[in-house]
Write a protein that binds this ligand. Structure first.
Ligand code: GLV
Ligand code: MN
Ligand code: MN
Length: 406
């Protein structure tokens, strides 16, 4: 599976991946998913929101146990964030078959569309739509950097956007969703645990800062006469860094757009996107308000203007305790880990019992080409996922149960 996936959407100059939603690279990944389903004789479907599903057993029977993740990437993302969960899902199904496990419940593998939000700015679009946490009307307003709307992009990729929106019937068929993911930190590195279990996801959001100033000549405009929004932006970045560190939280300006973007012109507009996260919502909101205030104060000094738009906000996720404890016990006391990264499992957790497994990442690097996981740890992840699916799917008779498994 890795051999086939490896070249898809790979950007040779960085060695990372550019698998953005509804692009040709995304279509290649989707074709791969469909081929994997078909090679295993699984029933395949794409739902109204563009999420792909492969089924062992009839999902209409209800109580399904679903696993999977996403195949899209951030710009120059690593090979594992997303794909490890999908590859492991298919491999775990193979493992169950090899063990002779016959689950009582339908088992599903899912590839959620547009998890990273790299193209349209909002993360987890496929799962948000399905769970009713993004309205069809709001989804219709999403546009990429070239002004292409999400529905238009779907249409161009051969998916009818007419039916996007809440999908309660489909979610009602799911008894449990378990997403396996590469760890995006070093909590497991250096321990003797290859696999951990998610406890919580920090609240997080994205805010667009528009800094407006006065375009002018870089050579002839005296320094004291300028209204340069780049200065206001630069000050805001430094201030976000300082305030996040003080609050024990995270703040990142990782994307910036400049107009007119000329080397010899003072910009008229600098647009920077703040990604901010914290362990609790009060800390997060206090931090973002402080960054905004710092931007406004600096704008007064620079003779510029700043406008802040919240583009998304995802509240804290506290994963279903019974399910997470059952997984941890089933895996012989796997550690429980909170994370600052968002996931489809977090979005779904309001609608269905959801849980996550993390596979050790030796360096913790993620959202970058250097993201990695050892082959042995990936194999341990597959076995753990198979154990969990056997436990949740019924008929785990051929699988020895560990002490304390529910
Ligand atoms: C998703 O990977 C995120 O940005 O947390
Ligand atoms: Mn990611
Ligand atoms: Mn991911």
């Amino acid at each position: 599976m890795w051999r086939e996936l490896r070249p898809l959407g790979r950007y040779a100059p960085s060695g990372g991946y550019r698998r953005f939603a509804w692009t040709a690279a995304d279509a290649d990944c989707r074709a791969w998913f469909r081929a994997q389903a078909s090679a295993r004789g699984l029933a395949y479907e794409t739902d109204r929101n563009g999420n792909q599903w492969a089924w062992l057993g009839d999902p209409a029977a209800g109580g399904a146990v679903v696993t999977g993740s996403h195949l899209d990437s951030v710009p120059d993302g690593g090979a594992f964030d997303g794909p490890l969960g999908v590859v492991s899902a298919f491999a775990a199904l193979d493992e169950l078959r090899a063990r002779g496990v016959r689950p009582d419940r339908p088992l599903g593998v899912v590839n959620f569309g547009d998890e990273e939000g790299a193209r349209f700015g909002l993360a987890c679009v496929g799962s948000r739509l399905a769970a009713g946490r993004l309205t069809a009307a709001a989804a219709h307003e999403l546009t990429d950097a070239d002004g292409v709307t999400l529905p238009r992009a779907m249409e161009r990729a051969g998916h009818d956007p007419g039916g996007i929106g809440p999908d309660p019937e489909r979610l009602a068929r799911i008894g449990a969703f378990v997403e396996l993911h590469v760890e995006q930190g070093v909590a497991l590195a250096g321990t003797d645990h290859a696999v951990g279990v998610a406890s919580a996801i920090w609240p997080h959001g994205r805010w667009r800062f528009d800094f407006r100033g006065e375009a002018n000549h870089a050579g002839t405009t005296r320094m004291e006469d300028r209204h340069d929004p780049m200065l206001t932006y630069a000050h805001t970045v430094l201030s976000a860094r300082k305030k996040a560190a003080q609050a024990g939280a995270r703040a990142t300006f990782g994307k910036v757009a400049v107009e007119p973007n000329g080397v010899n012109a003072i910009p008229s507009l600098v647009r920077g996107w703040l990604d901010s996260r914290a362990a609790d919502e009060e800390t997060l909101h206090t931090l973002v308000a402080a960054v905004e205030q710092a931007a406004r104060e600096r704008a007064r000094r620079d003779g510029t203007a700043v406008e802040v738009t919240r583009e998304s906000m995802t509240p804290v996720v506290d994963f279903d305790h019974a399910l997470r404890d059952r997984l941890a016990a089933r895996l012989g006391g796997a550690p429980l880990l909170p994370t600052g990264a968002g996931h489809d499992a977090g979005i779904l957790s309001g609608a269905v019992p959801a849980a996550m497994l993390y596979v050790r990442n030796p360096t913790g690097v993620s959202h970058a080409p250097a993201e990695s996981a050892d082959e042995d740890d990936c194999a341990a992840g597959v076995r753990a996922l198979a154990d969990v699916l056997a436990d949740l799917g019924g008929d785990g008779s051929s699988v020895p149960r560990s002490e304390g498994a529910a």
